[in-house]
Design a protein around this ligand. Structure first.
Ligand code: DGL
Length: 255
């Protein structure tokens, strides 16, 4: 893997840019293909069969365009499709998982809230991860938050909108010691979560995923640091669409 320089990132939409933004700080020379499956976002309310098909199409398109490794920058697609992708494609495929393990290690006997999409929350992968991470009898509270995906896709990051939505789903009076953001779209709301859960550690899986990527491909990438955006496989050239992707990357720099 010494000379890998083109890396594909894939998400249902713009959530994966939260992972890409962290990767860019670590491997600025890499050439990036970023695939947002805008035809099918959100994934979190789809069936396993649909998500597996979309993920296979995404990785296939990234490989055709020269990706030498792919980051599935989506907890939902990882939960449903990672083993199929690894069986089918002969390149390294790095997935995401909610930061349940670090949350349980830091706060073994305290209350933890795990937020994700409905598909991730119901998925066997998350429940196995919880079983492995917590002592017998201790379990985190799980919250499915599809509304946050919609707020992120429509660039509504303001605290009142986030608070209004979360208050319909989560009891904020519970003294959570950690809140796990188990969906890459939710990372855009780190600032609101910090205000709404001032005593809690706000954790996501982005650093863990980027660490695995860097371990795999090495830190020094001799590329031009070019980013190419794709929407469901189509090359994005329209200035307004490119500007939209840029705004999400800019937002990540402020969080
Ligand atoms: N960003 C995705 C995740 O990490 C999925 C959001 C969606 O499409 O529902 O789970």
């Amino acid at each position: 893997m010494e000379h890998t320089k083109t890396i594909g990132f894939f998400d249902s939409g713009i959530g994966g840019l939260t992972v890409l933004s962290e990767a860019l700080c670590r491997i600025p020379g890499a050439d990036i293909l970023f695939y947002a499956d805008t035809d099918h976002v959100p994934y979190g309310t789809k069936t396993r069969e649909q998500i597996v098909r979309y993920a296979e199409d995404a990785v296939s398109s990234l490989c055709e365009r020269g990706a030498e490794a792919v980051v599935v920058a989506c907890n939902t697609a990882t939960s449903m499709a990672i083993s199929t992708l690894r069986e089918r494609f002969p390149i390294p495929i790095i997935g995401m998982e909610p930061a349940v393990k670090p949350a349980a290690a830091i706060h073994p006997d305290e209350k933890i809230l795990v937020c994700a999409t409905p598909v991730t929350i119901r998925g066997e992968k998350l429940h196995m991860l919880i079983d492995r991470s917590f002592h017998e009898g201790i379990r985190p509270t799980l919250a499915a938050l599809p509304g946050l995906v919609e707020l992120a896709e429509t660039e509504r990051f303001d605290l009142p909108s986030v608070r209004e939505y979360l208050d319909t789903v989560i009891d904020r009076r519970v003294p959570y010691a950690a809140v796990v953001l188990g969906c890459t779209h939710f990372t855009y709301f780190r600032d609101s979560f910090r205000v709404l859960f001032p005593e809690a550690d706000i954790l996501d899986g982005n650093t863990g995923t980027v660490n695995r990527l860097v371990d795999l491909i090495g830190g020094e990438i001799p590329g031009d640091g070019r980013i190419t955006f794709l929407e469901s496989g189509r090359l994005v050239t329209e200035p307004d669409k490119l500007a939209r992707f840029g705004r999400y990357l800019d937002r990540m720099r402020t969080l």
